[in-house]
Design a protein around this ligand. Structure first.
Ligand code: NI
Length: 396
């Protein structure tokens, strides 16, 4: 069991978080954030690895021996939201805000790196830190994977702050914890006519209205009561005037699912409903998919280990409800084993709200939890290797 205390670096982490909070940058524009992270890591003597990234930073602690490699990820980007917190360190950039707490993630995981650097010689392997850009666009994780950042990694860990959990509480669960978030655009092609002569046209608005209503039957009629899904139509555009029947209608929306099988079912049914209703009204339709991240699905082995680690630190472990929001951490879990947790930050508002905030007392808690988890995970992996090696030699 490893127990780190981040009390000594609490003030430093608060200062880092506030500096990031004042200077939010959107996905793929995190240039100043990248420079700042590099600066803090360099100051702490932590080595930065070159993976050819424009924004984002990859760094490593440990690795003196041939031990296993684990990765810890923090996302670094902000949102196009005008901040309304009234904080003394509120965003200085109009229309941009750290309204999802990625400033918190970055500061906390820097804290983890500082703590592990102090005990680098004792580490039984390497901890690779992924300060990832563009989470809000679900692009950054894929980019880091393509750059080779996950090569050699046996397990990957990450978190999201959770406003509705108290400070000192951590949400750990095996299986799905965040949803697949796919988008869709449906184009209905009809035939325009004078509104007084509808029989001369093929009305795409009436068709789209039937489609939108019928799509709501997918969750109630095609998804098991034991599974869950969301189908939301969020935008509808058609027509130019009150006395013209339009020749086209376009609507779009999102699907949220927690399981690849349900995801496929809902997508298939959406296409069948759209094409079937279009045919019934004599129109044609096209569905375009905006491929989102898959669901975040945690491994039981690492959920169990994280529970032991958290309880040893005196944290309250709860089994959280999965969130229907998307998270591109899921792409890492397609490449390696790992775990995504919710860390209690007792905020007044949910993610992406202009008055979003969090309790900074959670910063040292997050930093020490991930430092402890990293050392416990490396020890577990090293032990497993040893055991695997022994079993292997016995068989031989
Ligand atoms: Ni977020």
């Amino acid at each position: 069991m490893s127990e780190f205390s981040a009390a000594s670096i609490e003030q430093q982490l608060v200062a880092i978080r506030r500096q990031l909070h004042e200077h939010p940058e959107l996905s793929h524009e995190e240039y100043e954030t990248t420079e700042a992270i590099r600066g803090w890591l360099t100051e702490a003597g932590i080595r930065i690895k070159d993976y050819g990234l424009k924004t984002g930073v990859i760094a490593e602690v440990g690795g003196r021996n041939e031990g296993p490699i684990i990765a810890i990820r923090a996302d670094i980007d902000a949102l196009p939201i005008q901040e309304e917190t009234g904080l003394s360190f509120a965003s200085k950039i109009p229309g941009k805000m750290h309204a999802c707490g990625h400033d918190f993630h970055t500061a906390a995981i820097l804290g983890t790196a500082f703590l592990l650097k102090e005990q680098e010689q004792a580490l039984q392997g390497t901890v690779r830190f992924l300060f990832q850009p563009a989470e809000e666009k679900a692009k950054g994780a894929k980019q880091l994977i393509a750059s080779g950042a996950l090569e050699g990694v046996s397990a990957v860990f990450g978190m999201h702050n959770k406003p509705d959990l108290p400070v000192g509480t951590i949400g750990i669960k095996e299986g799905p914890i965040m949803a697949a978030a796919d988008g869709f655009v449906v184009e209905v092609a009809g035939r325009g006519s004078h509104a007084a002569v509808p029989e001369a046209g093929l009305d795409p608005i009436v068709t789209a209205a039937h489609m939108i209503t019928a799509l709501q039957s997918i969750v109630s009629r095609n998804v098991s009561a034991l599974d869950s899904a969301v189908v939301s139509v969020t935008r509808l555009h058609a027509g130019t005037a009150w006395n013209i029947i339009s020749d086209k209608a376009v609507f779009d929306g999102t699907l949220r699912t927690f399981d690849e099988h349900v995801r496929t079912t809902v997508r298939t049914r959406l296409e069948q409903v759209v094409n079937g209703v279009a045919a019934a009204f004599g129109t044609t339709a096209q569905v375009k998919w905006i491929e989102g991240p898959p669901p975040v699905v945690n491994d039981q082995k690492w959920a169990d280990q994280a529970t032991v680690t958290a309880e040893a630190l005196g944290l309250t472990v709860v089994q959280p409800l999965p969130s229907p929001a998307g998270e591109d951490f899921s792409f890492y879990l397609k490449e390696a084993e790992g775990l995504f947790v919710f860390l209690g930050t007792a905020g007044p508002e949910e993610w992406h709200h202009p008055a979003f905030d969090l309790d900074e007392k959670a910063l040292p808690i997050a930093a020490s939890f991930f430092a402890s988890l990293a050392t416990d995970a490396l020890r577990k992996l090293a032990d497993d290797r040893l055991r695997g090696g022994r079993q292997h030699s016995e068989i031989v």
